[in-house]
Design a protein. Sequence first.
Length: 371
Amino acid sequence: MGRNREELAALLAGAGEKPFRAKQVWHWIYHHGETDFSRMTTLAKDARGKLDGLFRVARPDVVREQVSKDGSKKWLFRFEDGAETETVFLPEEDRGALCVSTQVGCALRCPFCRTGSQLLARDLTAAEIVGQVMAARDATGEWPRAKKDRLMTNIVVMGMGEPLFNYDETAKALLIIMDGEGTAISKRRITLSTSGVAPMIGRVGAELGVNLAISLHAPNDELRNKLVPINKKYPLAQLIKALRDYPGAHNARRITLEYIMLRGVNDGPGHARQLVRLVKGLPVKFNLLPFNEWPGAPFKCSTGQTMRRFAKFLNDAGYSAPIRAPRGRDIMAACGQLRSDSQRLRFSRQKARIAAGIEDDPHFHGLGKNQ
Ligand code: SAH
Ligand code: SF4
């Protein structure tokens, strides 16, 4: 996993296999979810045996699975070097979204976000990002891909980390997930959320074409500098310009602006007015996120009445602005509640071992040589 088609073909060619073999193996791995070469029955018997001896289709380990009262599921996955990350599945009546992580922790430290209170341990590799999708599919038993009435229909890149600080691996993973002969989740069913890494937004549009969500959270630079510190580097004017230029954004496919509702901080009528002025002429819609509390959080959620008033102001100005019902709060799986504490310790121990030359490269390559 984590290798694109060309890389897989090169890997198999290196093992003396013909190019068509790569197509078959790809289909088995990503369409059927097969991890055992001996069960890839369209491959000649001797090829199965050989590949089994050379390679391995890996999954992250499931350290913990929790199920919320509302049906959401959260997994703590562990990768080969001991790094851990959380992934959440949010089923709805006729569809469901998997919320994947792109980093272990986050470097950005937005003060309302629990992930930001955990330091950045490392980026995830494409294999590890794809691995979350594959392992979640294993757990929901939704193989093969063609199975009817699947529940895992959408992907949201809204878990731990800032995806545009790990762009190359995230982009590679999303292209693998979108591949029509594999898991085939279309770009229209994938949403990537960024805190506002303005210079990278153009590439997301041009190279991936997925839906874009921005964690806006404040209508002016002064407040946004405090709530979303990356704003000091890429202020609102720069961010708004990147949104104006976003390829593929139009009225039918609007950019989502996420706005967290913090009591007495960003939820007043003046903020709503400024917000409308800020986004004038942009093809956007809002998602109002009730603040999800976590132990030690320095904010409170706005009252229901305040949120409804805020939403109404945006609606009256012509914008859709649903107040999102929080999911999975009872298992700390809601937006901004993800964290993988245990990982940090283990990771720094690992790092020490690598520095001491006891272990080699920590990066995990799903389909790699057996040592
Ligand atoms: N780092 C990216 C991707 C994470 S998306 C980003 O910030 O966009 C997670 C979403 O949940 C973001 O919009 C984030 O701002 C929001 N969020 C963070 N903490 C939250 C909390 N405590 N309650 C509600 N939403 C939160
Ligand atoms: Fe990082 Fe996003 Fe959390 Fe900010 S909101 S700390 S960018 S994960």
